[in-house]
Design a protein around this ligand. Sequence first.
Ligand SMILES: *[C@@H]1O[C@H](CO)[C@@H](O)[C@H](O)[C@H]1NC(C)=O
Ligand SMILES: *[C@@H]1O[C@H](CO)[C@@H](O)[C@H](O)[C@H]1NC(C)=O
Ligand SMILES: *[C@@H]1O[C@H](CO)[C@@H](O)[C@H](O)[C@H]1NC(C)=O
Ligand SMILES: *[C@@H]1O[C@H](CO)[C@@H](O)[C@H](O)[C@H]1NC(C)=O
Ligand SMILES: *[C@@H]1O[C@H](CO)[C@@H](O)[C@H](O)[C@H]1NC(C)=O
Ligand SMILES: *[C@@H]1O[C@H](CO)[C@@H](O)[C@H](O)[C@H]1NC(C)=O
Length: 420
Amino acid sequence: MRLSKASLVKILCFLFVISSTKAGSIDIINRCPFVVWAAAYPGGGMRLSPGESWPLRVDGDKPGRIWARTNCVFNESGHGKCETGDCGGVLHCQNGGKSPATLAEYRLGEANKSGPAFYDISLVDGFNVPMEFSPTSPQCTRSLTCAANINDDCPTEWKVPGGCINPCVQGGCGRPANYTRFFKDRCPDAYSFGLDDRSSTFTCPGGTDYKVVFCPNDILQARIHIHNNCSYTVWAAANPEGGRQLNQGDTWTLNVISQKKGRIWGRTDCKFDGNGQNGTCESGDCDGLLQCQADGRAPYTFAEYTFRRNSTDSYSIWLVNGFNIPMEFRPTSDGCRSIQCTADINGPCPMELRDPGGCNSPCTVFRNDQFCCKQEICEPTSYSKFFKDLCPDAYSYQYDDSTSLFSCPNGNDYDITFCP
Ligand SMILES: *[C@@H]1O[C@H](CO)[C@@H](O)[C@H](O)[C@H]1NC(C)=O
Ligand SMILES: *[C@@H]1O[C@H](CO)[C@@H](O)[C@H](O)[C@H]1NC(C)=O
Ligand SMILES: *[C@@H]1O[C@H](CO)[C@@H](O)[C@H](O)[C@H]1NC(C)=O
Ligand SMILES: *[C@@H]1O[C@H](CO)[C@@H](O)[C@H](O)[C@H]1NC(C)=O
Ligand SMILES: *[C@@H]1O[C@H](CO)[C@@H](O)[C@H](O)[C@H]1NC(C)=O
Ligand SMILES: *[C@@H]1O[C@H](CO)[C@@H](O)[C@H](O)[C@H]1NC(C)=O
């Protein structure tokens, strides 16, 4: 049978109407200052950087659960493992996750239909990441939160890497026990044992939409857009936050959440395996990882920021680890100064500081206290003056604050450009 375009459109619209009456939506938002691998059963899974979200369509009829997985490594085909919440070693979950994991549980129901609809947060499987589970439609307003610092308070015998076990998983979770108080005191909105219904199950009319927020109390401080305007590929690096390959013209946006201080730089001539590991870079390398977990290896130009909520941000460019790539650091607010280091430093670089990756720092090359500012009072040197003359906005030695530290009211976004 051949279908005309018009009848195809009609059929598709009809199918859409059917499916839209049966589905609700849950926006899954990561506000943690670290990456989480969101999981939904049914639904699958998704890696969420800080500030990212995953709009999940769910079938109103079926019960489901959502949780966060932490410290995961997956290969290109989505196989790997997670420290908490792992679901059989796959990115796209086909069943529930491993304890401990904070769970959002639901059955959303359908608009104008009776039948059990509910939503709750459960700690019956323990706790890994703080969570909020809230309706977003106006007809329902009861927001559930479990944001206490349960991992830090967790008694040693229940502590595991990344989470806190609920001991009921060993002895049956049907009844309250002395240990359920530990969870209930900290998260009164959440289930602490299996029959904890009265205080922990909530209902909204069918057809209500929801959001699940991981780390609801963490706050977005600013966005930093990192652009590569160089004619070559740069592997951007950020500690904390990780790293990303940026081809010419690419941009990587960092959502800086709660954490206040960080460093950003560019790496050149990198090679990594398919997992972003076992690599090397000619400059700026961070232990051979695409996703940096520490600062880089000199030489590299770097930017540093400190964001202070309701106060001032400070930002700077540094040459104390040498120079590899020209850089600009620009607040988006008109009143704040844009700073840069764009001079050709590699060309006139003193012979003894020359390095395949750029112009190295005298501290890295000579390892003496004066160049490394290990003395109490550290003065400019002929080397620091060489860097300062070419890039007056940048730190040329540790205590170069008066000409190199800039500030701007908090609440701005920032652009960092390689080869501005
Ligand atoms: C990913 O890992 C799984 C399980 O170890 C393996 O079967 C698969 O071949 C791997 N895929 C890739 C692309 O490396
Ligand atoms: C639900 O009922 C209300 C009023 O009874 C009506 O306005 C609305 O269109 C109905 N919604 C659906 C999806 O049937
Ligand atoms: C709970 O009770 C068990 C056995 O009665 C006891 O060993 C344990 O210390 C108690 N835990 C708490 C947190 O009170
Ligand atoms: C890195 O390479 C070594 C040797 O080739 C290998 O044994 C190791 O498993 C690799 N590590 C990762 C994380 O792929
Ligand atoms: C910042 O200001 C907001 C609104 O003006 C206020 O709600 C918040 O408590 C303040 N935060 C701090 C850390 O002072
Ligand atoms: C990128 O570089 C070109 C010159 O190569 C320059 O004209 C342009 O302004 C730069 N763009 C940014 C965003 O700095």
